[in-house]
Design a protein around this ligand. Structure first.
Ligand code: PHE
Ligand code: ZN
Length: 852
C-alpha cells in the first residue's frame, strides 16, 4: 500500500521552487466551491524542470501557465499530486479547481461546521483546497477573495488585513484580505458565515491599534467575554515577558463546533473549537475557564513562536509546540496560582505523556520518522517538549533566557527553522554549552533517577544513578544532562540550602560538607526535570510538613498515598501513618485550591504505570477502600470543611471563590465514598442550589455513581435544561460514559442514538466514546465487550474522520503491559481493526505499532 509509506527526517530536501505570492479566489456555493489559485513562482538553484504540487481529492478544471491554457499533455495528475511539466525559471501559474466542503467529514481543508464554512490546514490540509507546495518551509504572501451569498454568509474572513468588499447584483458579495507576512500554507484560513461578534480593541506597547473580534454562533455573544479578556491579557504578557507585539491591524477568532483539536493559530484568524471560547458560570466549569485562558494564550503566542518563526519540516513540530506550551504554562502561572499550575501541568504530563513514553508508540520530541504526521500532535511533542524548554530556562536563568529568546527572534524572524537553530540561539546568547543537552530531542522514554544517600562525619553524600530505558527498537540510549533542583532540610524542619545540581552522567556523586546531622532531602523541586525518582528512604510525612517547596510537598503526599495503596494491594494493610498525615493536611491553613490537590489520591494511571503487569481491578478496589477509610475517619472534619466553603450562590471567578469550590468539591467527593443518605442529600442539594456548573457537574457525577434513582432525576433535569446546547451536553455524555455503575456500556450504546449525539462532531465522540475508552472499569471489563465496542467504533469512525479514529485508538496503547487475560481479549480486537482493508494510515500506524 503506497499510502502506508514511512517518511524520514534524514530524507529532507530543500524546496526547489519559491512561491513569491499566492492570490486565491473562493466562490462558495451550497453544493461545491470553486477555487482559483494564481501563484508567482521562481525556480531555486539546480531545480528540476517539472514542478510537483501536493493535491488531494481535487477536481481540476483548468490550468494556465503564463496566461496560456495547458492541455493535458503538459501535466500529470497523481494520487496525491499535480505535476506541471517543463516549467520556465520564473512563471505564473493559475489553477482552477472544484471542491466539496459540504461532504468533508475529515475536517481538514475547507469544510462546514454547521452552517459555517471554515478551514483547518495544519499540517497538510491545504492540499485539499488547491494544488500547492504544501510544506512549512515554502512561505508566501497571500491575498484572498471570498465570495458567497450575502444573506447566508454576511461575514467573510481570511488572514491579514481587510482590503475591500464588493456587493454583486445576484445577492452575492465578496471580501478581499491581504496578509503582508509571508507564511506557509498550513497557516492559511478562511471563514464564511452568519456569525455573531464581540468586538474590542488593544493598543500595543508601541501605540498601534488592533481591532479584536471574536465570532461565534448568534446568541452566544455573551459567552465570549472571558475569551476576550484572556486575549488582551495574553497580548500584554507577551509584550512584557518576551518583548513581542502583535503585527496586524486585526486579530480575529472564530468559534466553531466541529473541530478536530483545541484550536488553530492561523495568522490573524484563529479558528477555535467552541469548547475553548464559550463560557459563562452557568455553563462552564472553573476548569473550562482556565482552559480557555490558556488556549487563547497558546494560539496568540504562536504568532511569534510558530508563525513569524515557523518549522522547516514537521519533524520540527516541537520547535513551535513545546515552546508555545511552555509560554502558555508560564502565562497561566503568572496570572493564577503558580503552585497549582505547576502541579496540574505535571499531573497532565504523567497521566498522558509518561504513559505514551512507556508504550510502543513512544517517540522523541523530535521524531525521526512517521507515517501520518497527524499522529504526532502528541503529549510528547507538546508537553514533554515544554518540559525541555523549561529545563533550558532553568539552566540559563531568567535573564539569559530572555537574551536568548531575543536573539532567536532577531535571527530567525520570517524563516522556517529547526530545533537546532533554537538551541543555537539559547547557547550563543547565554554562553552555556548545550551540546550534551541535545539528547532530550532525540531519545524517547522516561529516565529513572535512583537516589542513594549517606552521612558520615558531617558529610552528606548523594549518589544519583540514571537508568535510561532502551528505545522502542531496542537500541541502547545515552544518559541525560539536566538540572536537578534540590533542597536540604534540617531535623527541625529548617531549610539548610537549595541548589540546582547539573546531572550529566550515568552515575554521579554530590557532596555537602559541614552538616550537623543527616539532612532531609527535598528532590526535584518544582519538577525541574521530567524524570522518575526512585528513593528508598521514606520521609514523606516530614516533607509534607516541612518542605517549603509546594511541589515537593504535593509530591510527598502523592508518593505516600501511592505506596500506601500498593501495600494495601499486597497485604491488605493500611498504613496508619498515612492516615495521620492525611489528617494533618486537612487541618492545614493553606491556599484552598492547593489544599484540594494535596487531598487528592493518586490517579489509576499513576498506579498502573508502576505495575509490571497491569491489572486494574485491584487498583480501583484499593482506591475505593482507602477513600472509604479516610471518609469515615475524618467525616466530621470533612463535613466542616464542606460547610465552611460551600457558597452555592457565589459564582465569582476570583482565586478565593474558585479555591472554595475546589476544596468543597474535593471534600464532597471523598465523603461520597460513604455512599450514605447524608452524602446523597448533600449532592442533591448542591445540584439544585448552586449557580455554577463547577458545582453541578460534581454533584451529578457523584449521584450518577452512587444512586441510580437520584442520579436519574438530576440527569434528566440537566438534559432538559441543556439539550439545545451541544457544548454543555458534552458534560452529560462524559459523566455517563465515565460512570462506574453497572450497565454503563449499555447506556453508552443507547446514548449513541440520542438526538443530541452526532458522530460527525469530534467533541461529542470524545465525550461519549473517548471517555468510555478511559473508563478503566468498563473498558477493560473481562467479558471483552468494552474492547469490542471501542474497536467497532474505531472502524466506523475511521470512514468519517481518520484523525478522530486514531485518537480513540490510543486507548489501546497499554496493550503490551496488560495481564494475559485482558491482553488476549484486546489482541482479538486489535487484529480485527488491522484486518479492515480500507483502514486509514492514521489508524494503521497506531495499531500496527501497538501490535509490534
Ligand atoms: N497547532 C495547533 C495548536 O497547537 C494544533 C492543531 C494541530 C490544530 C492540527 C488543528 C490541527 O495550537
Ligand atoms: Zn500549538
Amino acid at each position: 500500500m503506497s499510502q502506508m509509506k514511512t517518511i524520514y527526517l534524514k530524507d529532507y530536501k530543500k524546496p526547489e521552487f519559491k512561491i513569491n505570492s499566492c492570490e486565491l479566489h473562493f466562490d462558495l456555493f451550497e453544493e461545491f466551491t470553486t477555487v482559483i489559485n494564481i501563484m508567482s513562482i521562481n525556480k531555486l538553484e539546480k531545480s528540476e524542470n517539472d514542478i510537483r504540487l501536493d493535491a488531494m481529492d481535487l477536481e481540476l478544471i483548468e490550468i494556465y501557465l503564463n496566461d496560456l491554457k495547458l492541455n493535458d499533455t503538459r501535466y500529470i495528475i497523481g494520487e496525491d499530486s499535480l505535476t506541471i511539466l517543463n516549467v520556465p525559471e520564473s512563471f505564473s501559474l493559475k489553477i482552477k479547481n472544484k471542491i466539496y466542503p459540504q461532504n468533508n467529514t475529515e475536517l481538514e481543508g475547507l469544510y462546514k461546521s454547521g452552517s459555517i464554512f471554515c478551514t483547518q490546514n495544519e499540517p497538510e490540509g491545504f492540499r485539499r483546497i488547491t494544488p500547492y507546495l504544501d510544506r512549512p518551509d515554502v512561505m508566501s504572501v497571500f491575498t484572498t477573495t471570498v465570495i458567497a451569498q450575502k444573506d447566508k454568509y454576511p461575514i467573510l474572513l481570511s488572514n491579514g488585513n481587510k482590503q475591500n468588499c464588493h456587493d454583486f447584483m445576484n445577492g452575492r458579495h465578496g471580501t478581499t484580505w491581504h496578509d503582508p507576512h509571508p507564511k506557509p500554507s498550513y497557516l492559511f484560513a478562511l471563514v464564511a458565515g452568519d456569525l455573531g461578534c464581540v468586538n474590542d480593541e488593544y493598543t500595543t506597547a508601541s501605540g498601534e491599534h488592533v481591532e479584536l473580534n471574536i465570532y461565534c454562533d448568534k446568541g452566544n455573544e455573551s459567552q465570549c467575554s472571558h475569551a476576550m479578556k484572556s486575549l488582551k491579557e495574553s497580548m500584554a504578557w507577551d509584550e512584557e515577558k518576551y518583548g513581542r507585539e502583535y503585527d496586524l491591524e486585526i486579530y480575529n477568532i472564530v468559534a466553531v463546533d466541529s473541530f478536530n483539536m483545541g484550536a488553530m493559530e492561523n495568522k490573524g484568524l484563529n479558528i477555535f473549537n467552541s469548547h475553548y471560547v464559550l463560557a459563562d458560570e452557568d455553563r462552564a466549569t472553573d476548569a473550562n475557564f482556565m482552559g480557555i485562558q490558556s488556549v487563547i494564550a497558546h494560539e496568540y503566542f504562536h504568532n511569534w513562536t510558530g508563525n513569524r518563526i515557523t518549522c522547516r519540516d514537521w519533524f520540527q513540530l516541537t520547535l513551535k509546540e513545546g515552546l508555545t506550551v511552555f509560554r502558555d504554562q508560564s502565562f497561566s502561572a503568572d496570572l493564577n496560582s503558580r503552585e497549582v499550575q505547576r502541579i496540574e501541568d505535571v499531573k497532565g504530563l504523567r497521566d498522558r505523556q509518561f504513559v505514551e513514553d512507556a508504550s510502543p508508540t513512544a517517540h522523541p520530541i523530535q521524531p525521526n520518522s512517521y507515517m501520518s504526521i497527524n499522529n504526532f500532535y502528541t503529549s510528547t511533542v507538546y508537553e514533554k517538549g515544554a518540559e525541555i524548554i523549561r529545563m533550558i530556562h532553568t539552566l540559563l536563568g531568567e535573564e539569559n533566557y530572555r537574551k536568548a529568546t531575543d536573539l532567536y527572534f532577531d535571527t530567525f524572524d520570517g524563516q522556517a527553522v529547526r530545533t537546532d537553530d533554537f538551541l543555537w540561539a539559547m547557547s550563543k546568547a547565554s554562553r552555556i554549552d548545550l551540546t550534551e543537552f541535545e539528547t532530550w530531542y532525540h531519545q524517547s522514554g522516561t529516565p529513572t533517577l535512583k537516589v542513594e544517600e549517606s552521612f558520615h562525619n558531617g558529610i552528606y553524600k548523594l549518589t544519583l544513578t540514571q537508568r535510561v530505558p532502551n528505545a522502542v527498537d531496542g537500541s541502547v540510549q545515552k544518559p541525560y544532562y539536566f538540572p536537578l533542583k534540590i533542597g536540604l532540610i534540617g531535623l527541625t524542619g529548617k531549610e539548610i540550602l537549595e541548589r540546582v545540581l547539573i546531572v550529566s552522567k550515568e552515575k554521579e556523586e554530590f557532596v555537602f560538607e559541614g552538616l550537623n546531622s543527616k539532612p532531609y532531602l527535598s528532590i526535584n523541586r518544582d519538577f525541574s526535570a521530567p524524570v522518575k525518582i526512585q528513593q528508598s528512604t521514606k520521609e514523606y510525612a516530614f516533607l509534607m510538613k516541612h518542605d517549603k517547596n509546594s511541589f515537593v510537598r504535593y509530591e510527598s503526599a502523592q508518593s505516600f498515598a501511592t505506596e500506601t495503596l500498593e501495600e494495601m494491594m499486597e497485604s491488605g494493610n493500611i498504613d496508619e501513618e498515612f492516615l495521620e498525615a492525611y489528617g494533618y493536611i486537612l487541618n492545614l491553613d493553606i491556599e484552598l485550591s492547593y489544599k484540594a490537590l494535596l487531598l487528592e489520591l493518586p490517579s489509576v494511571s499513576t498506579l498502573m504505570q508502576r505495575q509490571d503487569v497491569v491489572d486494574f481491578v485491584p487498583i480501583y478496589l484499593a482506591k475505593d477502600r482507602l477513600e472509604r477509610e479516610l471518609a469515615a475517619l475524618y467525616k466530621d472534619k470533612l463535613q466542616e470543611l464542606y460547610k465552611q466553603n460551600h457558597k452555592p450562590k457565589n459564582k465569582k471567578l476570583d482565586a478565593i471563590s474558585m479555591g472554595q469550590r475546589a476544596i468543597k468539591n474535593r471534600v464532597l467527593r471523598i465523603l461520597s465514598a460513604l455512599e450514605n443518605r447524608e452524602v446523597i442529600d448533600m449532592a442533591r442539594e448542591q445540584y439544585k442550589e448552586s449557580l455554577t456548573m463547577t458545582d453541578r457537574v460534581v454533584a451529578l457525577d457523584i449521584l450518577e455513581n452512587i444512586t441510580s434513582e437520584e442520579g436519574e432525576v438530576a440527569l434528566n433535569d440537566f438534559y432538559n435544561r441543556y439539550k439545545d446546547d451541544t457544548l454543555v451536553m458534552n458534560k452529560y455524555f462524559a459523566i455517563l460514559a465515565a460512570s462506574h455503575r453497572n450497565g454503563t456500556l449499555e447506556r453508552v450504546i443507547v446514548l449513541e442514538n440520542d438526538e443530541v449525539y452526532d458522530e460527525k462532531v469530534p467533541n461529542l465522540v470524545r465525550s461519549l466514546i473517548g471517555v468510555f475508552a478511559r473508563n478503566y472499569k468498563h473498558f477493560h471489563a473481562i467479558d471483552g465487550r468494552g474492547y469490542s465496542f471501542v474497536a467497532h467504533k474505531i472502524i466506523e469512525i475511521d470512514k468519517i474522520n481518520p484523525q478522530m479514529a486514531s485518537g480513540l485508538a490510543s486507548a489501546f496503547k497499554i496493550y503490551e503491559r496488560l495481564n494475559n487475560e485482558n491482553k488476549e481479549l484486546m489482541k482479538k480486537e486489535l487484529d480485527r481493526v488491522l484486518a479492515v482493508p480500507s483502514l486509514s494510515k492514521n489508524v494503521y500506524e497506531i495499531i500496527s505499532k501497538i501490535l509490534k
